[in-house]
Design a protein around this ligand. Structure first.
Ligand SMILES: [Cu+2]
Length: 438
């Protein structure tokens, strides 16, 4: 048996049994006092160390350039700062994010015996794995100095940057000329692998040539060696016959996004909901309404609901405010903890509030988890916390190694450019209600 270097770090956590405030479904705004929160907006502007070794710039073959700075945090692992997007038709980079990072990986087991906060409690960052060249095909593997890492050699060749094809970005057979317009999309990928206990987590950031950013965590490695004991019906047998029931558990992954559209953190949050009204035999109608989210809030996904972050500073060439839409991924929301009860949270920026649960540091009076930070402040610098859960009931195929299972979400440009950023030059005139040319 291979000795797992981090398995000692897995310890049983105390069952806290905290009382949880009942929160209504949908948009929930905390009503607590705002005055107790320290305000540190100036810290947001603190420039990351972006010397050449920490700068990432990739121009994709379709003409889009992504730029960012990377650093490695002793708890969060990979952090991407100052992320900007420049499609071929733009003369300068369009800033999207001040900072993007994981906000927690919370892993409670179904039998109630174990519960882990992998980032803040179980040395996720220190588990950075060296990547073999074949794991970063066509790309570059950067060396990462791991805080509190191996004292003999804290440098791990563990950060991959590479590109990948995505399949069709678009296809259109021109109605008038019969000309085929098609493009194969290209993505820029940045990823690390971190071992925690028996698991290995892939943290993948995917920057598409169409402006979309998709963030995913993939879990692989091995099922927990210590959890084949499920005799109480809370596991799934994965050995011969009814033997070796691997205990079922959840992976609740949080991301923390600090937007800065067009370089300003004063973004506005909007929620959209659509309602369909039936009208007997006539065609139903659908009405979409916008709700401005001006104060800290918890939100829940449902059909016909979406959110966007709107730029306070910039418009596209059509005169429309730039924005990024938040597109949730498939999730199984875990109702067991106050901080996992909602799919996303909008909180006012606070430099102390970095992890969705078990938040360390001296954040006096601000509470230990993201749900506590929704307490009535006006959003002048909103932070987005996304919670994506996966309930893992093991299957025979999980041995061995365990196939990667992914969870995550996307942010997608909405009116960042006036047209498709990949529009070919000879279609660039077809904006709005265009008239066919003879
Ligand atoms: Cu799992």
């Amino acid at each position: 048996m291979r000795v797992n270097r981090n398995s000692h770090a897995r310890r049983r956590t105390a069952a806290l049994g905290l009382a949880v405030a009942a929160l209504a479904a949908g948009l929930t705004t905390g009503a607590g006092p705002a005055a107790a929160q320290p305000r540190t907006a100036a810290a947001a502007a603190a420039a990351p160390d972006c010397s050449a070794a920490y700068r990432i710039e990739q121009k994709l073959s379709t003409g889009t350039t992504w730029r960012m700075c990377w650093r490695y945090d002793g708890k969060a692992g990979l952090v991407l700062d100052d992320v900007s997007y420049q499609p071929k038709g733009e003369t300068k980079p369009i800033k999207v994010l001040n900072s993007a990072r994981l906000g927690q990986i919370h892993v409670p087991y179904d039998d109630g015996k174990w519960e882990y906060d992998d980032l803040t409690g179980y040395n996720f960052a220190q588990g950075l794995m060296e990547l073999a060249p074949g794991e970063c095909p066509g790309g570059t593997i950067k060396s990462v100095k791991v805080p509190d890492g191996n004292p003999d050699d804290p440098n791990v060749k563990g950060l991959c940057t590479t590109t990948r094809s995505r399949g069709h970005a678009y296809r259109m057979q021109d109605n008038f000329t019969n000309k085929l317009y098609q493009a194969q999309g290209k993505d820029f990928l940045v990823y690390t692998v971190n071992q925690v206990g028996w698991y290995e987590y892939m943290t993948e950031w995917r920057f598409q040539d169409d402006g979309t950013i998709t963030m995913n965590v993939g879990a692989t490695g091995s099922l927990s060696y210590d959890d084949y004991d499920s005799g109480d019906g809370r596991g799934w047998p994965i050995g011969k016959g009814a033997k070796a029931a691997a205990t079922s558990h959840s992976h609740n992954v949080f991301w923390r996004l600090d937007f800065a559209l067009d370089g300003s953190s004063k973004n506005r949050v909007e929620q959209y909901d659509s309602a369909v009204t039936t009208r007997g035999q006539r065609t139903p109608t659908t009405k979409t309404t916008r709700t401005k989210v001006t104060k800290e809030a918890a939100g829940d996904t449902k059909a016909y609901r979406w959110w966007r972050m709107v730029s306070a500073a910039g418009k596209n060439k059509d005169g429309h405010a730039r924005s990024y839409e938040i597109v949730p991924g498939t999730t199984t929301k875990y109702p067991g903890r106050s901080y996992t009860k909602h799919d996303l949270y909008f909180t006012q920026y606070n430099k102390c509030q970095l992890f969705a649960s078990n938040n360390p540091g001296s954040c006096a009076g601000t509470g230990k988890s993201v749900d506590k930070w929704v307490n009535g402040q006006t959003l002048t610098h909103p932070i987005v916390w996304m919670n994506v859960g996966f309930h893992h009931i093991a299957r025979d195929e999980d041995q061995q190694p365990m196939p990667v299972h992914w969870q995550g979400f996307s942010i997608v440009p909405r009116d960042v450019t006036a047209m498709n950023p990949l529009t070919p030059d000879d279609l660039a005139w077809q904006n709005g209600h265009w008239q066919p040319r003879s």
